[in-house]
Design a protein around this ligand. Structure first.
Ligand code: NAP
Length: 333
C-alpha cells in the first residue's frame, strides 16, 4: 500500500520533491499540499490532491499519514511540533529550525513521544560518492582521519536575497553535517576567516573559510565560495594517518572538443545531488511506512544549528568560538 503524504511549502524545492514523489518514486502518493500562497499550492498540487490553506490542517488531515516540510526555515519548528504531536513521521528540509532553543524543543517533543519521527534533509548522506568515502574511512585501512577538506562552491547566488550571514547559517550546515557524519565526530569549536572579497558579489562576505574543531582533535576546513561563476563544485578529501581518500569530481564524463579536454561541472545542487535526493526519499518512504524515520535526525539538526550559530559569532569576534551540546538523548544514539 502507498504511503499517503502531505507536502507543506510548494516553492522551489517543494515542487521538485512533489515531482520526485509523483513521477520518480514508488510506494508513495501525494494526497495533500499546502503553501502560504494558496495559488502556488493549487498550481503544484498533483491530480486528486487536496489543497489546504493552513499547514496545521494538512498535518491533522486523516488522509495524511506522513508529512514533507519544504516551507522556509522560520516556519519549520511549529510545523515539526504539530507533526510530532500528531504522531506522524515527517521529512523536513534543512534547517531543522532557526535557533538552539527551537532545536531543544523539537528534540524534547520527539523524545517525549518515544520514537524517532523526524528525518532531516541532509541529502549528501545519501549520495553514493559520500557513502563510498565513508566506507573507506570506517574500514580503517587508512588509519584515523586527521583532516577533512571540504569545498562548497556555487556558481552564483541571488543578489540582495543571499546575505553575508548565509554562507555561515545556510550553506555551511551541509558541510558541517557531512563532516560530523564522515568522521563520526562532534564539532566543539568554530573559527572563521574572511580573505579578500570577490568583487562579483559587491558587498557580500564571499568567500569564507571555516575551521571546524572536532572532539577527537581532527580539523575540518571548509571553503565556501558562492559566486564562483563556473558551476556548482563540491569537493571533499580526508587525510588520514596512512593515506588520503577523496570524492571523485562529478560528473566523470570527459569532454574533448575545440576548447580542449575537460570535465563538465554541474550547474547547481539539483543536478549534482539528484540521485541523493531520490535515495533520501526512498529510504524515508520505507521508514515512514513503519511509523518512524532514518538517517539525519533532530540531533543532527541541533548540531548543525549550533555550528552555524558559532560560525556567526566567530565571524564577528575573530576567535575560536566554542560549541557546547547537551548530553545526547538515547533516542539519537
Ligand atoms: P522557496 O522557493 O521560498 O519555497 C518555500 C515555500 O514555502 C514558499 O512557497 C513559501 O511561500 C512557503 N511558505 C513559507 N512559509 C510557509 C508556511 N508557514 N506554511 C506553508 N508554506 C510556507 O524556498 P526553497 O528554496 O524551496 O526552500 C525551502 C526549504 O528547503 C528551506 O528551508 C531551504 O533551506 C531548504 N532547501 C534545502 C535544500 C537542500 O539542498 N537540501 C536546497 C534548497 C532549499 P512565500 O514565498 O509566499 O513565503
Amino acid at each position: 500500500m502507498s504511503l499517503k503524504v502531505g507536502v507543506i511549502g510548494t516553492g522551489m524545492i517543494g515542487t521538485d520533491h512533489i515531482r520526485r514523489l509523483t513521477q520518480v518514486l514508488s510506494g508513495v502518493e501525494v494526497v495533500a499540499v499546502s503553501d502560504i500562497d494558496a495559488a502556488r499550492a493549487k498550481a503544484a498540487a498533483p491530480a486528486g490532491a487536496e489543497v489546504f490553506d493552513r499547514a496545521t490542517d494538512l498535518i491533522h488531515a486523516a488522509a495524511v499519514q506522513a508529512v514533507v516540510i519544504c516551507s522556509w526555515g522560520p516556519a519549520h519548528e511549529e510545523q515539526l511540533l504539530a507533526c510530532i504531536a500528531a504522531g506522524k513521521p515527517v521529512f523536513c528540509e534543512k534547517p531543522l529550525v532557526t535557533s538552539e532553543a527551537g532545536a531543544l524543543r523539537v528534540m524534547a517533543a520527539e523524545v517525549g513521544f518515544g520514537r524517532r519521527l523526524v528525518q532531516l534533509g541532509f541529502m549528501r548522506r545519501f549520495d553514493a560518492d559520500y557513502r563510498r568515502l565513508k566506507a573507506v574511512i570506517d574500514g580503517g585501512s587508512l588509519g584515523a582521519p586527521l583532516l577533512y577538506h571540504s569545498v562548497h562552491r556555487n556558481a552564483s547566488v541571488p543578489e540582495g536575497l543571499y546575505t553575508s550571514d548565509m554562507p555561515l547559517n545556510d550553506t555551511l550546515v551541509h558541510d558541517a553535517d557531512i563532516a560530523r557524519w564522515l568522521l563520526g565526530d562532534e564539532i566543539i569549536g568554530v573559527e572563521v576567516r574572511v580573505p579578500r572579497r570577490s568583487s562579483v558579489g559587491k558587498d557580500l562576505r564571499d568567500p569564507v573559510v571555516v575551521l571546524l574543531h572536532t572532539a577527537s582533535g581532527a580539523l575540518v576546513d571548509v571553503e565556501i565560495s558562492v559566486n564562483i561563476g563556473y558551476g556548482y563544485d563540491i569537493r571533499g578529501e580526508v587525510s588520514c594517518e596512512r593515506g588520503v581518500a577523496a570524492l571523485p569530481n562529478r560528473p566523470a564524463t570527459v569532454i574533448s572538443d575545440q576548447h580542449g579536454i575537460r570535465q563538465a561541472i554541474p550547474a547547481d545542487w539539483r543536478e549534482r545531488f539528484i540521485e541523493a535526493y531520490d535515495q533520501e526519499f526512498r529510504e524515508w518512504i520505507v521508514a515512514a511506512g513503519r511509523g518512524t524515520a532514518t538517517g539525519p535526525s533532530s540531533w543532527d539538526g541541533y548540531a548543525s544549528t549550533l555550528a552555524a550559530d558559532a560560525a556567526l559569532r566567530a565571524a564577528k569576534s575573530g576567535l575560536l568560538e566554542p560549541v557546547t551540546m547537551i548530553t545526547k538523548p538515547p533516542l539519537y544514539a
